[in-house]
Design a protein around this ligand. Structure first.
Ligand SMILES: Cc1cc2nc3c(=O)[nH]c(=O)nc-3n(C[C@H](O)[C@H](O)[C@H](O)COP(=O)(O)O)c2cc1C
Length: 267
C-alpha cells in the first residue's frame, strides 16, 4: 500500500470533516479518531487548502509555498481584469531591456499554478534570457537543415521559413521569428491543454505587468527540428508545447483590437 500522502495533525484537527468532503478522490474517510487517509490521493492539496485550522500536511509537496487566505490580497476588479484581457496584444516589437529575474520568476509561478488534467502537475517551464543569444546563433545555424526537413515533409510552413532565413541573412537588425524579445519561455508538456492553460496564466500575468508576450507557433514547430538544440536546452526527452516570447513592449496600443462579432449561446 502507498505511504500516507496526507498527514492529519491531531492536535490541530477539530473534526469538521471538510477535508473529507472536499476530497475529489475520496482519499480521506471520517473515523471516530478523525479523518484518516485511505489512499488514491490525487495530491490536489484541497484538504490542506480547505482546513480551517491548518491541521493537514502533505509532506511530499511544497508546503512552504502555501499561503494563508487574506481578503485584502484579492482586490482584482472584474472590469479591470476584463479590460486587461481585452488590451492584451500579441507583441512583435520589444524594447532593448532585459526582464528582471523576479518578474521572470513571477511569470513562471503563474504558469505553475494553472490546473492540470488529473493534477499531474507535469508541465515544465524553461525560461531563456541570458542564453538567448546563443540559442539564436544555434537556431540560425541549423536553419538550412530545418528547411531541408520541411522540404522533405512538404510542410505548408516552408515558404514562411525560407522568407525568415532570407530576412535574417540580408537585413541587419531585423530579428525574424524572435522579434528582439529579451526572453523566451518554453512550456513543456505531453498534454496540450495543460500547456495552453499554463501559457494563458503566463500571458495574463505578463499583461498585468504591462509586459509584451507572443505565442510563437513557428518557433514551437521549428526549435525541435534544429539538430542538437533540444539537447543543448536539456529538453530532449520532453514535448515542447508552447513557445512564448516576452519582454517590455516596444509598441503601445491606444485602443483594443476589434474581434469577430460575439457569438455566445447562453441558455
Ligand atoms: C497558439 C498560437 C500560436 C501563434 N503563433 C504565432 C506565430 O508563430 N507568429 C506570430 O507572429 N503570431 C503568432 N500568434 C499570435 C496570433 O497571430 C495572434 O494571437 C492573433 O493575430 C490575434 O492578435 P492578438 O493576440 O494581439 O489579439 C500565435 C497565437 C497563438 C494563440
Amino acid at each position: 500500500m502507498e505511504g500516507s500522502r496526507v498527514v492529519i495533525q491531531k492536535d490541530f484537527c477539530v473534526g469538521c470533516g471538510l477535508c473529507v468532503s472536499d476530497c475529489p478522490s475520496s482519499a480521506l474517510r471520517m473515523t471516530d479518531e478523525g479523518p484518516a487517509y485511505v489512499g488514491r490521493c490525487l495530491e490536489c492539496g484541497h484538504c490542506v487548502a480547505v482546513c480551517p485550522t491548518n491541521a493537514v500536511v502533505m509532506p511530499q509537496l511544497d508546503m512552504g509555498g502555501v499561503v494563508e487566505y487574506d481578503p485584502r490580497r484579492f482586490q482584482v476588479d472584474p472590469a479591470c481584469l476584463l479590460n486587461t484581457m481585452k488590451f492584451r496584444r500579441s507583441v512583435r516589437f520589444y524594447a532593448n531591456k532585459p526582464l528582471p529575474l523576479p518578474l521572470l520568476t513571477q511569470l513562471l509561478e503563474a504558469g505553475r499554478h494553472a490546473p492540470t488534467a488529473k493534477n499531474t502537475q507535469a508541465t515544465r517551464f524553461v525560461a531563456v534570457q541570458a542564453d538567448l543569444p546563443e540559442l539564436k546563433t544555434r537556431f540560425w545555424a541549423a536553419m538550412p537543415q530545418i528547411i531541408e526537413q520541411m522540404q522533405r515533409e512538404n510542410s505548408p510552413a516552408l515558404a514562411a521559413f525560407e522568407r525568415f532565413l532570407h530576412v535574417h541573412d540580408t537585413q541587419e537588425g531585423k530579428d525574424p521569428l524572435f522579434f528582439n524579445a529579451p526572453a523566451i519561455i518554453l512550456v513543456l508538456s505531453d498534454n496540450m491543454w495543460d500547456a495552453g492553460l499554463a501559457a494563458g496564466n503566463i500571458e495574463l500575468m505578463a499583461a498585468a505587468n504591462q509586459l509584451g508576450l507572443l505565442h510563437s507557433g513557428y518557433l514551437k514547430r521549428a526549435l525541435p527540428a534544429a539538430p542538437g538544440l533540444c539537447e543543448w536546452l536539456g529538453i530532449e526527452k520532453e514535448k515542447l508545447a508552447c513557445v512564448l516570447l516576452c519582454g517590455y513592449p516596444g509598441v503601445r496600443y491606444t485602443r483594443t483590437a476589434p474581434r469577430k462579432p460575439a457569438e455566445f449561446t447562453i441558455r
